[in-house]
Design a protein around this ligand. Structure first.
Ligand SMILES: [Zn+2]
Length: 263
């Protein structure tokens, strides 16, 4: 019996299958890569029926494959404690505009005054979202129900009086919350949003450190905490450049996949 003939023929066939398989995979991968580079970020909508759940529009699996192949990542930019005034808000808006980025601005309502109230219209005109960050930036979990209502509901009413509609996202000051505070915000028609990446700009005074922490902390689908203040504004352009070079696109929560945790 010719052992060599018996065993080499199946081996040749298997090798052929492997080569054809590799070629098909390479073709599929390059096609997905080419298609993926030309596509805009995925679109998702808030599904009010499921109380704030996010529902994808279109073919999410196909998008996920192309994102993986081209290394595309997503992050939500959030700016707390504004409006700041003195041109800082406009500086941040200008950088976001240049990067085609949209963000959520969690406003402290006692910062809205005669010189800053016009900014709410600007935020919305430029496609950003206005969120509720309470009226006076207090530790909400330590307040009585009456004081909590003034802080949460009072700020929503103030924002609605200027924009014509109530905010949907709520962020407790200092990220200090409780089941009661969260429930209270939900009863006011809002979804609580914390963060999972921190620029450390609430205490860092050196812009380079804010840039460093923003990049170090931000991962795919991160919600990045920043603040509406001069040091952040000074380094925002470079920070966004760094993130873009790592493949990030800046999106709003409506554009995130349905399984993203925003709380
Ligand atoms: Zn704050």
């Amino acid at each position: 019996m010719n052992l060599q003939k018996t065993f080499t023929r199946p081996l040749r066939l298997a090798r052929g299958h492997v080569i054809v398989g590799c070629a098909l995979f390479a073709l599929l991968a390059s096609s997905l890569t080419l298609v993926g580079r030309g596509l805009p970020p995925p679109r998702f909508v808030l599904d009010r029926v499921t109380q704030g759940g996010l529902t994808p529009i279109g073919e999410y699996s196909w998008r996920k494959a192309s994102d993986w192949l081209v290394g595309r990542k997503y992050a939500v930019l959030t700016f707390d404690d504004g409006p700041y005034g003195h041109g800082v808000d406009e500086q941040i808006l200008g950088v976001l505009h240049r990067h085609h980025a949209h963000a959520i601005f969690f406003l402290v309502c006692n910062h809205i005054n005669d010189t800053t109230s016009h900014l709410l219209g600007v935020y919305e005109h430029e496609g950003h979202i206005i969120g509720n960050h309470s009226f006076d930036h207090l530790r909400l979990s330590e307040l009585s129900d009456g004081a909590l209502r003034d802080q949460v509901e009072g700020c929503s009413r103030r924002i609605a009086s200027l924009t014509g509609h109530r905010p949907f996202y709520f962020r407790p000051p200092f990220g200090m919350t409780s089941a009661h505070v969260k429930h209270f915000a939900e009863m006011s028609g809002m979804q609580q949003m914390l963060w999972d990446a921190n620029s450390q700009d609430s205490w860092q005074t050196r812009p380079e450190q804010i840039r460093f922490w923003s990049n170090r902390d931000t991962d795919n689908l991160s919600i990045l905490l920043m603040h509406d203040k001069p040091t952040t504004a000074a380094v925002l352009d470079q920070t966004l450049n760094d993130l873009e070079q790592r493949g990030f696109q800046f999106v709003l929560p409506e554009q995130l996949p349905p399984d993203t945790v925003t709380d």
